[in-house]
Design a protein around this ligand. Structure first.
Ligand code: AMP
Ligand code: MG
Length: 351
């Protein structure tokens, strides 16, 4: 298939003809990759089962992993999901923004879009390009991350082009994603408590500040035992993994250096993701190891912004192994922890 690349620089109104073309593709049941503030999304008309099906094929995504539907305004989800008081409290606090809410679906959302579940995931992105595209399309846009299934999510148009050229009708290049990790996903339970299904920029403590009780689904922090059903189906799949094996090291810098030097069975071509503050010291102590600057130890947002780009960059070299420090389990670091244990297929070494 021929893929048009539409570059939008600055104000979205600068290319309204291009965005109208993109919206027409969505209306006709085609696929458009568009930028959001979290990562790039692979979009299709959420109300059209055949269009949603094309998303699964283009990504190679398992059919039981449901899609998030994107709306231009929180209240636009009304025809597609049962919205209660808690939804509007969350919307007031965090929308438009990087929050996805799981709600009871109405049958206007085809089962294909929902991965066969009775619920539907709703998000109102803050990206102007995304909101304009949804408004012009006149339908909610189903959009998972625009990567091939299993790969790190795309945070720049270059990443999207690498994965999706020839698989979609259009790619809108809106520059680098602001946040760089996917949205926080919460389910609203019948008693109005919240369950965190995927951590993101919006943290559990920001959610509890609303007065709601928030618990964290088991799959966020651990590997699910064989046979247990994932509350968010995406959490059970291998994810974010570069080609080389990733190993997470849980210990201080001294122990990490010793481990990397002594890890002889790992092969010669080693890489390490490290904090900016440690880059200089490590370049002297580990001269044979290729170092990636993850961002500052004290700035989880910067590290979130860089993580997927670094994992993709690592794929351009044929490393035998990639080491990374284990992130904390709080604040925005919880999102990094959740993504990195998946990139590492849960291989954590306690030093
Ligand atoms: P992606 O947009 O590729 O980051 O993936 C969307 C994520 O949302 C996946 O992890 C899905 O499992 C999750 N998701 C979508 N719909 C639902 C739902 N109805 N219930 C629980 N999780 C969902
Ligand atoms: Mg994804």
């Amino acid at each position: 298939m021929n893929t048009e690349i539409l570059k939008i620089v600055g104000d979205v109104t600068a290319d309204s003809a291009g965005l109208r073309r993109a919206a027409n593709i969505i209306k006709r049941g085609g696929l458009v990759v568009f930028p959001t503030e979290t990562v790039y999304g692979l979009g299709a008309d959420a109300t059209n089962a055949e269009a949603a099906d094309k998303i699964y094929s283009a990504k190679g995504r398992p059919a039981d992993n449901p899609l998030i539907i994107h709306v231009a305004r929180p209240e636009d989800a009304e025809p597609y999901a049962v919205l209660g008081d808690m939804y509007y409290r969350l919307a007031e606090a965090f929308m438009p923004g990087p929050l996805t809410v799981i709600l009871t679906a109405r049958d206007t959302v085809p089962s294909k879009t929902r991965g066969g579940l009775p619920t539907v995931a709703v998000r109102c992105p803050s990206s102007k390009i995304a909101r304009e595209l949804i408004s012009l399309s006149g339908v909610p846009i189903a959009a998972p991350s625009a990567n091939l299934s299993g790969s790190p999510s795309p945070t720049s148009a270059r990443h999207v082009i690498d994965d999706m050229m020839g698989r979609v009708d259009m790619i809108i290049d809106g520059g680098d994603a602001d946040i760089g990790v996917e949205s926080t996903i919460v389910r609203i339970n019948p008693d109005d408590t919240l369950t965190l299904l995927r951590p993101g920029k919006i943290t559990p403590s920001e959610l509890s500040a609303l007065g709601a009780k928030v618990d964290i689904s088991d799959a966020v922090l651990d590997k699910l035992p064989e046979g247990q059903v994932a509350e968010s189906p995406g959490m059970k799949y291998r994810h974010y993994a570069p080609k080389a094996p990733v190993v997470l090291l849980d210990g201080d810098l001294e122990k990490i250096v010793k481990y990397i030097i002594n890890d002889e069975k790992a092969g010669h071509n080693k890489a390490a993701l490290c904090y900016t503050e440690d880059m200089e010291e490590l370049s002297h102590r580990l001269p044979e190891v290729y170092l990636f600057d993850l961002g500052s130890r004290s700035d989880a947002l910067e590290r979130a912004h860089r993580l997927f780009g670094s994992l993709r960059e690592a794929d351009k070299h044929s490393f035998d192994i990639i080491y990374a420090p284990l992130p904390e389990k709080c604040g925005v670091d919880l999102a990094l922890y959740n993504r990195m244990i998946r990139a590492a297929a849960h291989k954590i070494i306690k030093l």
